[in-house]
Design a protein around this ligand. Structure first.
Ligand code: NAI
Ligand code: MG
Length: 356
């Protein structure tokens, strides 16, 4: 098992936490025998933009399209490049061109991470948000007429295709089937959005027949957000359209604590193209260059990448090593009240991986 990984650190703390992700992967390689070739790319960063006037070279797809996965840090440096330029010129291109239609975020309360939800212990919160990443409410179909007048009218359509809806549901049901609880929750709003959402519900019902061992339910998005906060222990795999998933995939990790530890995956399950793994956080200009960023989000992203590559044991080992380290106050970074910097925390996790 040899994997070619395109490594793109990007900007700010991306450049500090990505090496810690690679360190964990090197440790995995020693313990589980799989090997990696890490090809580093400097594009998809604001430094690259300042030098070349574009975020990526014309042949970026040829350069990274053949890799097994993309390991990404963070992009954005608003002081020198506007965010819509840096994000649209890089991350959004990856998602579209590589048809990464699944956005996956684990929501898990880790030891040592204070949950904003009172009285919650590790074990109470452990689920996935699966967001549709290519269609739905985020279409560019619509328009504005009589702009700037009293008669102004603005319309934007929601697009759901059978292929688009079924493929995200299939991914979510399969994920639920692999998990212990085998429970899927669908986010809907068919009481108010009376054309597209009933269609979504219909497709869920249809898909569920192929997974008789998966228990499923659905909630309207408004009460579902309340349940995330009040009953996070109810969930196992939560699947949602693009807009609802966008909201839930920020709310979920927020319920489980700090932004410094949350990982995300943008997945093309068919493997026609590489999938991309990244921490949820951005480039954090306010702390960049100080060596104090929490590397856990990046390292956890490496676990998601291994899971996608089929290295399930190695993926679980990384999550276990993160838990071991976070459980010890002296091994935490500053954002969690600990004394360690990025490199020392990363080294502690790599060490825990080798010692386990
Ligand atoms: P941010 O996530 O970079 O930072 C938000 C706050 O969280 C800051 O106070 C930061 O210091 C703290 N923080 C973030 N990651 C941390 C870590 N690993 N350890 C400790 N503290 C951490 O979000 P912000 O400030 O809104 O955006 C900064 C730049 O990043 C912008 O250019 C934005 O567009 C970009 N961005 C990029 C993303 C990506 O590459 N996927 C995602 C989010 C933002
Ligand atoms: Mg969002």
């Amino acid at each position: 098992r040899h994997y070619r990984i395109a490594v793109i650190p990007g900007d700010g703390i991306g450049k500090e936490v990505v090496p810690e992700g690679l360190r964990a992967l090197e440790a995995v390689s020693k313990r589980f025998g799989c090997t990696f070739a890490f090809d580093q790319f400097a594009f998809a960063s604001c430094d690259y933009f300042l030098e070349h006037g574009v975020m990526m070279p014309d042949d970026w797809k040829d350069q990274i399209g053949g890799h097994d996965a993309i390991f990404f840090g963070a992009v954005g440096w608003p002081e020198s490049v506007p965010d819509h330029v840096s994000l649209w010129g890089s991350l959004i291109q990856f998602r579209r061109e590589f048809d990464q239609y699944v956005n996956l975020r684990p929501v898990k309360l880790m030891p040592g991470v204070p949950s904003p939800l009172a009285g919650r212990e590790p074990g109470d919160i452990d689920f996935y948000v699966v967001r549709e990443n290519t269609e739905g409410e985020y279409s560019s179909i619509g328009g504005r007429i009589f702009p700037g007048t009293e008669r102004e009218v603005v319309v934007q359509e929601t697009v759901m295709t059978r292929v688009g809806v079924d493929r995200i549901l299939k991914f979510a049901f399969e994920l639920a089937q692999r998990r212990e609880k085998k429970h899927l929750t669908s986010a809907t709003k068919s009481n108010g959005i009376a054309i597209t959402m009933p269609y979504w519900d219909e497709r869920v019902e249809d898909m569920a027949r192929a997974y008789p061992d998966v228990r499923w339910d659905k909630y309207h998005i408004d009460i579902l957000t309340a349940h995330f906060v009040q009953h996070p222990d109810w969930f196992d795999v939560v699947v949602a359209s693009n807009l609802f998933g966008d909201i839930l995939s920020d709310l979920g990790p927020a319920c489980a604590g700090t932004i410094g530890i949350a990982p995300a995956a943008n997945i093309n399950p068919e493997r026609d193209f590489p999938s991309l793994f990244e921490p949820v956080h951005g480039s954090a200009p306010d702390i960049a260059g100080q060596g104090i960023a929490n590397p856990v989000g990046q390292i956890w992203s490496a676990a998601l990448m291994l899971d996608h590559l089929g290295e399930r044991q190695a993926a679980s080992a990384i999550v276990a090593a993160i838990e071991t380290v976070l459980a010890q106050p002296r091994l935490r970074t500053r954002d969690l009240g600990g004394p360690l910097g990025t490199v020392d925390c990363g080294a502690a996790i790599a060490q825990a991986l080798l010692e386990a």
